[in-house]
Design a protein around this ligand. Structure first.
Ligand SMILES: Cc1ncc(C[n+]2csc(CCOP(=O)(O)OP(=O)(O)O)c2C)c(N)n1
Ligand SMILES: [Mg+2]
Length: 543
């Protein structure tokens, strides 16, 4: 690079923070940025087909790397298409930076061609929205974006850069954000926690996303075993704690049975570790009960905004959950006690009953639960399962046993269209792992075009499309609330197998349950991108 420009400053800061990939759909509003990235060969530029795909890939990449996933989009139309990813990053607590090219600074707020005031547009879904006004601000804004996206509850930041300030000479920035350090509670509080934990007769740990970091799961597992604590995972965080562990007692999700919840209410000490205790995990703020639970509540999360907000804790701990459990693992724990064993056994019974595989033989088509069962039986430990939103995913959440090493990438936001881009981002990062994308016929046609990247980059992803010719999840709700009045939920579909062939991919179709095992195994063996269309039964999911 001959002259160091304001756009170089942006990529310099990103590069200095180990951010080595950007996802984009180009636009004339950020030609300066596109030009500058040429001078950063260490940054992989992934060209996408739709800004929602680029945004979702950035969300998945941010979740995997714990560094902000970056998407670059054009003003107005591009930014509008990317909004779903900003929303998903917020709901999923994932660090992400959306860069938006903007109309020239001199024309701001004149309703110029494709102008949007992004502060207003993204103000309530992004952690921070900043529109740079001068070239000199860009490097500093990039630094603050990294800091904002990754600290506290991780989340999305939107950086808006007018086209006429992208190519001015500036000084090279030297800014580096180090992870914030949170101290552990003082010795007296730690002693009080261990005393109360030793005395607890019916303790329960609820564990969440903060353990999704190197060493996090291991530290958590050591702590749970040391203190012999029945453990539940928070909403869609199934892979935080091994589901075949003797202390695993299920997940807190959308449909926990009433009998299970009644037993859980009898706990006397809840440790909410690294979870925001959101509405779904807490079963609409009933467990732990809003605003003050009858149980002793320890709530540990590295953001003071979360602690003592919806649910008041007896031990409100704004610190690193991994550090906390590591410290508590060193304290003296009580000997196994018959009462606690009985409590654990009761909770395990509830979880196992709920997770038992059903056998429902549909009138037509394949029961998709059987496909999920085959995937579970045949996938290795280094498998990443990427889910879209829809009923096809229900058996994964309910019945799939995630073992140590297996990973779940599911949109906490319940956003359709996430599965395919997420699988691509995962396979780009970890091409030797087995990556399986499970998606419905509805969600697949939202972002499925991005699948071409698997062919371009030779990513051995298995795309499994559950085709029930319906927005099945909504049809299910419709049948419950308005029986027999089908409206707006039936889908007329293309031939997905031919579609995959036209993309230059292998493809297969499952129309009978006897084909499931063979097709899944063959796909796992071939280590090349493949799409499997499953002729999924709709009546198997309807009431
Ligand atoms: C972007 C987006 N639009 C709409 C919805 C509402 N929604 C949730 S599930 C669903 C249907 C999913 O259909 P499909 O992908 O075919 O999966 P199925 O439920 O049939 O298994 C819809 C429309 C959503 N969650 N996200
Ligand atoms: Mg469907």
């Amino acid at each position: 690079m001959s002259t160091f420009t304001s756009s170089h400053a942006l990529f310099q800061v990103f590069s200095d923070h180990g951010m080595d990939r950007v996802f984009l759909v180009p636009g004339e509003s950020y030609l300066g940025l596109l030009d500058a990235v040429v001078d950063f060969p260490q940054i992989d530029v992934v060209t996408c087909r739709h800004e929602s795909g680029a945004g979702y890939m950035a969300v998945a990449d941010g979740r995997l790397t714990r560094k902000p996933g970056v998407a670059l989009v054009s003003r107005g139309p591009g930014a509008s298409n990317a909004a779903i990813a900003v929303h998903t990053a917020q709901q999923d607590a994932v660090p992400m930076i959306l860069i938006v090219g903007q109309i020239a600074a001199r024309d701001l707020r004149r309703e110029a061609f494709q102008e949007i005031d992004y502060q207003k547009m993204f103000g309530s879904i992004a952690k921070w929205v900043f529109e740079c006004q001068t070239p000199e601000q860009i490097g500093e804004a990039a630094f603050k974006a990294v800091r904002m996206a990754t600290s506290g509850v991780p989340g999305p930041v939107v950086l808006v850069i007018p086209e006429d300030i992208q190519q001015q000479p500036v000084e090279k920035p030297a800014l580096h954000h180090h992870a914030q350090v949170f101290g552990l509670p003082d010795a007296a509080t730690m002693a009080e926690i261990t005393t109360r934990l030793s005395q607890a007769k019916r303790p329960l740990a609820i564990v969440g996303g903060s353990f999704d970091c190197p060493g996090g799961r291991e530290a958590l597992s050591a702590f749970i075993h040391h203190w012999q604590l029945p453990t539940m995972v928070s909403f869609r965080r199934h892979d935080i704690f091994a589901n075949d562990d003797p202390f695993f007692v299920g997940d807190l999700g959308l449909s926990n049975p009433a009998a299970q919840m009644a037993t859980l209410q009898q706990s006397d000490f809840i440790l909410a570790l690294g979870t925001r205790l959101g509405d779904i995990t807490t079963q609409n703020f009933t467990f732990p009960r809003y605003a003050q639970a009858p149980q002793t509540l320890l709530h540990c999360y590295p953001d003071s905004r979360i602690i003592n907000w919806d649910t008041v804790a007896d031990f409100p701990l704004v610190c690193d959950p991994v550090g906390l459990v590591s410290a508590l693992s060193k304290a003296q724990a009580p000997k196994p006690d018959a009462g606690r064993q009985e409590w654990l056994a009761g909770l395990r019974q509830h979880a196992q009953k709920w997770a038992a595989w059903p056998t429902r033989v549909p009138k037509q088509g394949v029961n998709f639960t059987e496909v999920v069962h085959a995937i579970m039986n045949r996938t290795p430990l280094d498998t990443t399962i990427c889910l879209d939103a829809g009923t096809f995913a229900a058996p994964v959440y309910r019945h799939f046993t995630f073992k140590t090493g297996q990973r779940l990438m599911a949109p906490l936001a319940g956003a359709m269209g996430y599965g395919t881009p997420a699988a691509l981002a995962c396979a780009l990062r970890e091409p030797t792992r087995t990556t399986i994308c499970i998606v419905g016929d509805g969600g697949f046609l939202m972002t499925g075009n991005e699948m071409i990247l698997a062919v371009e980059r030779k990513l051995p992803i298995i795309f499994i499309v559950s085709n029930n010719a319906s927005y099945g999840s909504i049809r299910l709700h419709q049948e419950r609330g308005y029986p027999g009045r089908v409206s707006g939920t039936t889908l007329f579909n293309p031939d997905f197998v031919s579609l995959a062939t036209s993309f230059g991919m292998q493809s297969a179709r499952i129309i009978d349950k006897n084909e499931i095992d063979g097709v899944i195994q063959a796909a796992l063996n071939q280590r090349a991108p493949i799409l499997i269309e499953v002729n999924t039964s709709l009546d198997a999911i309807l009431p």
